[in-house]
Design a protein around this ligand. Structure first.
Ligand SMILES: Cc1cc2nc3c(=O)[nH]c(=O)nc-3n(C[C@H](O)[C@H](O)[C@H](O)COP(=O)(O)O)c2cc1C
Length: 302
């Protein structure tokens, strides 16, 4: 049985990855699961300097998902290289580093620094809704997506993935801008802009008022967007948004995703990624599928 997929030159032993910001730098989860079994680990979004993030509350539960406003808390790119990357290097798993700059120069600066052993891919985060500068401000503008991708591609040999925001009218246009800029793959979706209100105080739950919605609530939207993006570009699409089971993962792959990432579900079930991998294997056995690649984009539409 073949579970191996190729994402922009990067060979993954299976198509199941972790979604940035929901798996830290792998350490905590390494106590629960064998990290070697994952297709790839995508680490928490990094900025040039350490970032404290937003004041609490940072997460808020909704009936079938959660809102977050973490604000890209992270130790900065240098501390990642020094303290976290050596830990990850010890594992036989692809490491994809998510970067979030406030300017095009910052994206290029970090990508260049990360063009080192132990890093397999760079995920350009132009889609974070919880920061004032950079993030989604770039992700909603196809010209910015194009330019950032182009500058990052100039300074790295690694596989470059552009992470798109769903908070746009036409996801196909954004995916195409990344492809035109030279991206090796696109990933989507990041969180959907949402909010919550405290009715006693009549104030927003989050300091930034607007936060990012993730989890099962967003799955149908994410699936639709992955389908649209996969039709708009030739480069591989990595799908995510509310995946909680192998069935969810398979839906994304049938819709056209070459790989999938699991985010919020890691908080609910730390074993989720492994269960998804096992479930996909069982589905393949039951349906006589020898190669996982045969199901990618196999959606039948009249
Ligand atoms: C607490 C939290 C932190 C996140 N941090 C990042 C981040 O640093 N960079 C990024 O590109 N996406 C970040 N995301 C978005 C996720 O990677 C993912 O795209 C999104 O949550 C949808 O997938 P899910 O529904 O499976 O969680 C974060 C999501 C959550 C819930």
């Amino acid at each position: 049985m073949n579970l191996q997929v190729e994402v922009g030159g990067l060979k993954l032993k299976n198509p199941v990855m972790t979604a940035s910001g929901t798996f830290g730098f792998g350490r905590e989860y390494g106590e629960y699961i064998d990290l070697n079994q994952l297709g790839a680990i995508v680490v928490k979004g990094l900025t040039v300097k350490p970032k404290e993030g937003n004041p609490p509350p940072r997460v808020y539960e909704t009936p079938c998902g959660m809102l977050n406003s973490v604000g890209l808390q992270n130790p900065g790119v240098d501390a990642f290289i020094e303290k976290e990357l050596p830990f990850l290097r010890d594992y036989d798993v692809a490491v994809i580093v998510n970067i979030a700059g406030e300017t095009i120069e910052e994206f290029a600066y970090m990508a260049k620094k990360l063009d080192i052993d132990g890093v397999d891919g760079i995920e350009i985060n132009v889609s974070c809704p919880n920061v004032k500068k950079g993030g989604m401000a770039f992700g909603i503008n196809p010209d910015d997506i194009f330019n950032i991708t182009k500058e990052v591609k100039k300074v790295t040999q690694k596989t470059v993935i552009v992470k798109l925001t769903p908070n746009v009218t036409d996801i196909g246009v954004c995916a195409k801008a990344a492809e035109d800029g030279g991206a090796d793959a696109v990933s989507l979706i990041n969180t959907i802009a949402g909010m919550a209100i405290n009715i006693d105080t009549r104030t927003p739950v989050f300091k930034n008022v607007i936060a990012g919605l993730s989890g099962p609530a967003i799955k149908p939207i994410a699936l639709r967007m992955v389908y649209e993006a996969a039709r708009a570009v030739k480069i591989p699409v990595i799908g995510m948004g509310g995946i909680s089971s192998f069935k969810d993962a398979l839906e994304f792959m049938i819709a056209g995703a070459k790989a999938v990432a699991i985010g919020t579900c890691n908080f609910v079930n730390p074993n989720c990624t492994i269960e998804v991998i096992e479930g996909i294997k069982q589905y393949m056995v039951l349906n006589n599928i020898e190669d996982i690649n045969d199901i990618i984009g196999s959606l039948k539409v009249d």
